[in-house]
Ligand binder design. Sequence first.
Ligand code: PEP
Ligand code: MN
Length: 257
Amino acid sequence: MRILNEGKRVRVGDYAFGDGACYVIAGPCAIESRDQILKIAVEAKDKGAHLLRGGIFKPRTSPYDFQGLGLEGLKHMLEAKALTGMPIVTELMDASHLDVFVEHVDLIQIGSRNMYNYSLLKALGETRKPILLKRGFSATIKEWLYAAEHIAKGGNDQIILCERGIRSFDTYTRNVLDLTAVPIMQAETGLPVVVDPSHGTGLRHLVPIMSKGAAAVGADGLLIETHYDPEASVSDKDQTITLDALAGICEHIKNVR
Ligand code: PEP
Ligand code: MN
């Protein structure tokens, strides 16, 4: 038996995901400093983005890479929110931070690597916070769908799904961005589905065109890694776009919806 099956809107701040609009969540892969996130927030808002993203706990493949600023980074995000009014989205990696996230974060991101972390999903089910549930990088549609059910079973149906690409034999792109998952998951769960063309492709020049593709297949939003100086990003620089490129995407979306 499944709980999730009919149309749901998920409200984050002033935005109701699932209402037919395509909301843009933009910001750096990682919060690097106070100045960095404040500058990106102000400019991203000006370019038309609706919500602000940025990692404070980063799941990195190598333990020697930058792991994020932690709760210090959250303070900077909250300042960016106060400055711009943008709701904030950041990844929760560990249940020990759940209470802090419930208190301060508007949309709690569960990353690809934690989609199978059923005890974490269960804990999120006990809250009433909006959750952004990314697809595991090797998860089938069914596994992803049941991960959402793990959250919903606890009584929390405020879930936004995020297609972020899956692994395949082809290594030209970082992942294969599965746009077929958008209409499938919308129909199967009734939940809003957003697309992350940054991790989905790994390549900056493909982000604008795949954003348009996502909007064309009816995505309820986009999650886009953006920086004023992409090449200087401490993580995921190859897939990070400029604020001008972000402006182009926001403009396109405004026109097609
Ligand atoms: C991210 O959005 O920064 C991220 C780490 O994504 P994923 O979990 O999809 O790899
Ligand atoms: Mn990233």
